[in-house]
Design a protein around this ligand. Structure first.
Ligand SMILES: C[S@@+](CC[C@H](N)C(=O)[O-])C[C@H]1O[C@@H](n2cnc3c(N)ncnc32)[C@H](O)[C@@H]1O
Length: 236
């Protein structure tokens, strides 16, 4: 596909959240979005494979426009099954994967809150980035992830204080109404729940992720960020 053809197909799928770069050209610049997701996909893939060098078969949840999908799938020896809940995002991700000529990627439309994970098969590692704070039962999502993979690369928000939270399912939860600045990046559910830090770690442990290596953390009184490599058991 030449640059003109890519440009034409990119325009058909506007507005994009992030766009992408291919062959030295930046596509989807100037779309009508006013919010850019900040994570650099190449940097995330580097950190992902540093934590999980053995990752071959990868499940990605909440793929958006396929930026992380491509960064992961460009690594030799990998295959990626990427799930995305919005058809418009999925169509953009399909174009990006096609442009990069990747044949080791499968993209599927799916709501991770309703998905039967048992039908997906087994994976080495799951990438769950920017998704866990968009669901009603984050602990169920973690259990489902643990049912299909031994490793989890998690990037999420958690709630910074335990005060005033509700108790649900044994966890402390902050009830949150979806309000991500970019509508295309919001959860499919409107009312979702954030865990506080102790509950996040308890939910990981209850799901079977007994080893949690914190790779990055930004703590505040309210919205906190954490990136962690989680393993069901330590293989030495
Ligand atoms: C904040 S974006 C994160 C995108 C990307 N993973 C990242 O870290 O940059 C959340 C993505 O998850 C998708 N999503 C939200 N809720 C979902 C659900 N229940 N099932 C599947 N995808 C969902 C959104 O459509 C969006 O593409």
């Amino acid at each position: 596909m030449d640059a003109e053809e890519i440009q034409r197909r990119v325009r058909e799928l506007e507005p994009w959240v992030n766009g992408f770069e291919y062959g030295g050209v930046r596509y989807a610049e100037g779309s009508s979005h006013d919010y850019l997701l900040s994570q650099d996909p190449e940097g995330r893939a580097e950190a992902f494979f540093a934590a999980f060098p053995e990752a071959g078969r990868i499940l990605e949840l909440g793929a958006l426009e396929g930026a992380d999908t491509v960064a992961l799938a460009r690594r030799p020896g990998t295959s990626v099954l990427a799930m995305e809940g919005r058809q418009e995002n999925l169509s953009r991700a399909e174009l990006v994967v096609e442009v990069f000529g990747l044949t080791n990627v499968e993209l599927r439309l799916a709501d991770v809150e309703r998905l039967d994970f048992a039908e997906l098969g087994a994976f080495d590692v799951v990438l769950c980035a920017g998704l866990m704070y968009h669901v009603r039962e984050p602990w169920t999502l973690l259990e489902n992830i643990a049912s299909v993979a031994g490793g989890l690369y998690l990037s999420t928000h958690y709630w910074g204080t335990s005060e005033g939270l509700d108790a649900l399912g044994g966890y402390a939860v902050k009830n949150v109404r979806e309000g991500h600045p970019e509508p295309q990046a919001r959860g499919l559910s409107v009312d979702v729940r954030w865990l506080d830090r102790p509950s996040l770690f308890a939910a990981l442990k209850n799901a079977g992720f007994t080893e949690v290596e914190v790779l990055h953390e930004r703590v505040s009184a309210e919205v906190c960020d954490i990136v962690a490599a989680c393993r069901k058991e330590v293989v030495r």
